[in-house]
Design a binder for this molecule. Sequence first.
Ligand SMILES: [Zn+2]
Length: 76
Amino acid sequence: MTSDTPDDPGRDGPARQVCPICGKAAAEKYRPFCSSRCADVDLNRWLTGAYAIPVTEDDDEDGEEPTLSPAPPSER
Ligand SMILES: [Zn+2]
């Protein structure tokens, strides 16, 4: 008879994580963070980054754009 169980409950799998904010052990309730505070910090960072993205996309209008190609050397 084989009494070998493939699923060992005593084993710690990838469920164990560390808070990316402070590096502490993450809480199952606030995974992957350790607390709601750290989760909020991460969310704030995310929002800040999301808001910073459209800034580079402000050059979509046909306005005064810098000369991409160099002007001809001989033109009078
Ligand atoms: Zn934390």
